[in-house]
Ligand binder design. Structure first.
Ligand SMILES: [Ca+2]
Length: 257
């Protein structure tokens, strides 16, 4: 038994050496600007459209879809999602906003201007994060799998499995399509992973440790979650559940360790 355990240990120890060639870069982002964020918002989805910030929030009885003034953090428009729905990720296509729920296997489609619900859809399993790559909605569900859905039919087109150093990455949460790559918060961590949408390979980890507001430090539920990309300006915004701050960040050209 001891010999077998030693063999297993040796195999385990050898894995990082095998994987060294594809180890992802660790990037510490620069803070460009800080803005107020609703410290009661259990952020599950975040995106930008025409300079407006849109956010979906979770918790049963507190779930909302909202439009937020970026500069002030004030909620300018909101619709409540009635219990028992636990709101999750959201993404915009044209004049519609798609929003997931956690375990109800049901999503909602809202008119992006009026926030009236115009349709709903169903999907198997859980719903966590959502983003749009211009062709497909991309859905995370807490597993290493990302599902690519046809937005016309909400049926599965294909999926990828996300790996880091050759190992599956679980708990993929809020998503954002940024310049041809998928960024994903990892639930209960301070890291965003940057994912190749073809291979699923993580090529970089963005370390948000320096961004965690002191007021939520140590709170297990107040995790980094929420990524938004302004495709027109290239600006990137991040926040977290119950964070009082939203950040515009920029990745340094090079990142000396
Ligand atoms: Ca997002």
């Amino acid at each position: 038994m001891i010999a077998r355990n030693l063999a297993a240990l040796a195999l385990w120890a050898s894995l990082p050496l095998i994987a060294c060639a594809q180890a992802p870069e660790i990037i510490r982002p620069e803070i460009v600007a800080t803005y107020p964020h609703d410290a009661n918002a259990f952020t599950q989805g975040l995106f930008i459209h025409d300079g407006d910030l849109f956010e979906s929030t979770g918790q049963v009885g507190q779930s909302t879809l909202r439009r937020v003034a970026l500069e002030t953090g004030l909620v300018e428009q909101s619709v409540a999602i009635a219990p028992p729905i636990f709101g999750e990720g959201s993404a915009r296509i044209g004049d519609e906003i798609f929003m997931l729920s956690w375990v109800s296997q049901r999503g909602f489609i809202f008119d992006a201007d009026t926030f009236e619900q115009v349709d709903s859809f169903s999907y198997p399993g859980e719903g966590w994060g959502l983003t749009y790559d211009g062709n497909h909605l991309i859905l995370s569900d807490g597993t290493p799998e990302l599902r690519f859905l046809d937005p016309e039919t909400m049926t599965l087109s294909h999926s990828i499995n996300v790996t880091l150093n050759g190992r599956p990455v679980r708990r993929l949460n809020e998503l954002e399509w940024i310049d041809g790559m998928i960024w994903a918060n990892i639930w209960e961590t301070r890291s965003i992973v940057r994912i190749d949408p073809e291979s699923g390979v993580v090529d970089a980890m963005i370390d948000l440790s320096a961004l965690i507001p002191p007021s939520v430090a140590g709170r297990r539920d107040a995790v980094a979650n929420g990524i938004a990309w302004n495709a027109e300006t290239g600006q990137i915004y991040v926040t977290g559940k119950l964070w009082p701050t939203l950040y515009e960040i920029r990745l340094p050209e090079s990142n000396p360790q």
